[in-house]
Design a protein around this ligand. Structure first.
Ligand SMILES: C[S@@+](CC[C@H](N)C(=O)[O-])C[C@H]1O[C@@H](n2cnc3c(N)ncnc32)[C@H](O)[C@@H]1O
Length: 219
């Protein structure tokens, strides 16, 4: 029997978890990422933030250090184990949930900000994650999506087995325009871009990257 795409993706990240932060942009360039998120959140005080596909907690940890109340989920228990350890060490209270984005138990209209960083490329049905973000957000809430055109630097990118990669529509990565199109279909509007705050691509291989925010339309 063929294994599900989700199971293949989870296996991959479970195996990769112990070494992920060693090469990660959010660790090497922590201050830059924090400044970009702080600007992009446009928050006038502590907000309810949800990080979907948090991995080792990149956006969750930064959001919590900015003073926000943070929940986060991921399908990989091993990635979450790293995230929990880093949060503990940093004294940051983050509610981590061991769950896929699609099955996450997060109440409707319970968040002001939802983040998805480097997650859309690895999903079989990316639109479902954005619909989930829309459901979780209060009307007028902010979604932040960041991703890149990973095929530009294949030597640095995560490499899935070929048969798994073939089932992911955005496996090559995505552009800001593609993300904007998906977000529009999921009910978001009022786009703002933030990648200009990076002096250069924050990823090796000069991968074109975008950081895009949009607002949830009511209903
Ligand atoms: C490239 S990592 C990005 C992690 C983190 N967002 C970051 O910016 O460092 C992709 C993460 O998405 C998670 N993931 C993939 N598909 C998922 C799904 N359907 N539900 C929850 N997590 C998922 C993987 O387990 C992995 O931790």
């Amino acid at each position: 029997m063929q294994r599900s795409v989700g199971a293949g993706v989870t296996d991959y990240w479970n195996a990769r978890a112990p070494k992920f932060d060693g090469a990660a942009s959010h660790v090497a360039q922590r201050e830059l990422w924090q400044a970009v998120l702080e600007a992009a959140f446009q928050a006038d005080g502590p907000k309810d933030v949800v990080d979907l596909g948090t991995g080792t907690g990149a956006c969750a940890l930064l959001a919590a250090s900015l003073g926000h109340r943070v929940r986060a989920c991921d399908g990989s228990a091993n990635m979450l184990e790293v995230a929990r350890a880093v949060a503990r060490q940093a004294g940051l209270a983050i509610a981590f949930q061991d769950s896929t984005i699609e099955a996450a138990e997060i109440a409707d209209a319970s968040a002001d900000i939802v983040t998805l960083r480097n997650v859309l490329w690895t999903l079989e049905r990316p639109i479902e994650a954005l619909l989930q973000a829309h459901r979780i957000l209060r009307p007028g809430g902010l979604v932040l999506v960041s991703d890149g055109l990973w095929s530009v630097a294949p030597q640095y990118r995560s490499t899935y087995p070929e048969e798994l990669a073939a089932r992911l529509p955005l496996h090559d990565g995505l552009t800001e325009a593609a993300a904007q199109d998906l977000l529009t279909r999921a009910g978001f509007t009022g786009f703002r871009r933030w990648q200009h705050l990076f002096p250069a691509s924050p990823y090796p291989g000069n991968v074109p990257v975008f950081v895009l925010t949009a607002r949830s339309l009511a209903g």
